[in-house]
Write a protein that binds this ligand. Sequence first.
Ligand code: 13P
Ligand code: SF4
Length: 368
Amino acid sequence: MLDLFDNQEDAHRPIISEEELSDADVLIELKKIKEELKDQVVVLGHHYQQDDVIAFADITGDSLQLAREAARIDKPYIIFCGVHFMAETTDMLTKPNQKVILPDLRAGCSMADMAKRSEIDKAWTFMQKSTNEKIIPVTYINCAATLKAFVGENEGSICTSSNAEKIIGWALKQGTKLLFFPDQHLGRNTCFKMGIPLADMVVYNPNKLNGGLTSEQIHKAKVILWYGFCSVHQGFTLEQVLATKKRDPEMTVIVHPECNFEVTQAADDNGSTSYIIEKIAQSKAGSKFAVGTEINLVNRLAHEFPDKTIVSLSPYQCLCTTMYRVRPRWLLASFRAIKENKPINIISVSEDIAQSSIKALNRMLDVK
Ligand code: 13P
Ligand code: SF4
């Protein structure tokens, strides 16, 4: 068998070995090895994964669906085809004897990197000094486990793009103010939809002293949004929505709520990746959609529904490059390592962080 690793001591760093194994051979071997290990391994795949990876996923879904499914899996290995924070969440929702594997450890999320635990702690101290009202922290699931632990420790919760409204509604019943991180856009779009005016929201920028806010601004605000965003979804603009509508008024513009406020407001509809898939699947033949989300998903939808017109809202490739780091070749490397009983790229959250995070994850999964 061909070796995918440059040296066994550094086996977690598979080298690119196009010369050794062609793309076609990778897929052939993947099919075989997956069948061989079917009693031991479950492959989870986020909707933004490339087609050649999705083809090997036992379960696909948005972040919430994958988190729920992870908690039900009973096999010893879960290969998570997605990004780092998703694999961490899966590790915390599975049993200690189960191993979660991320095929490429560099598959991160730029938005998740925009909030660090030390920054949140500092911001929290300033906010507590600024007001005696009760602030409930809610984090978008796109963040490191240490941030999930923060909300767990501070009576808060986690949300995804498909349950943000419910979770924020829950949070505003527990306290009078909301701190939402790391994605300002999901926070703003959802709060506005719930009837909170923009004037009641402020943005805390961790790159500025005290977030660029005064204590009075914190005290007056209902919602404090963290200055974070998804660089992929910032590729969709208001101009694109207006141009699309002008070109073809019958085109439905549907976007992910990580898009900015003006885009989300001008679009006809918005929702999580699964919501977008569902809406397109349920539409009648001949329907037309301009979709504001990651390109792998948009292209797959266009392929799956040839009787409908499905295009990207943006003329440029809005690719999540970190999701794209999970290649079939690295998936194969993960399988081979399991077969050899030397699993690689295991994602493991430390016990103390997991304990606090689980409180918040369970709060999220319990909110109906
Ligand atoms: P979904 O939960 O809607 O799949 O979103 C995940 C994500 O990272 C979108 O950028
Ligand atoms: Fe993160 Fe954006 Fe990629 Fe989603 S699309 S994983 S938010 S960088």
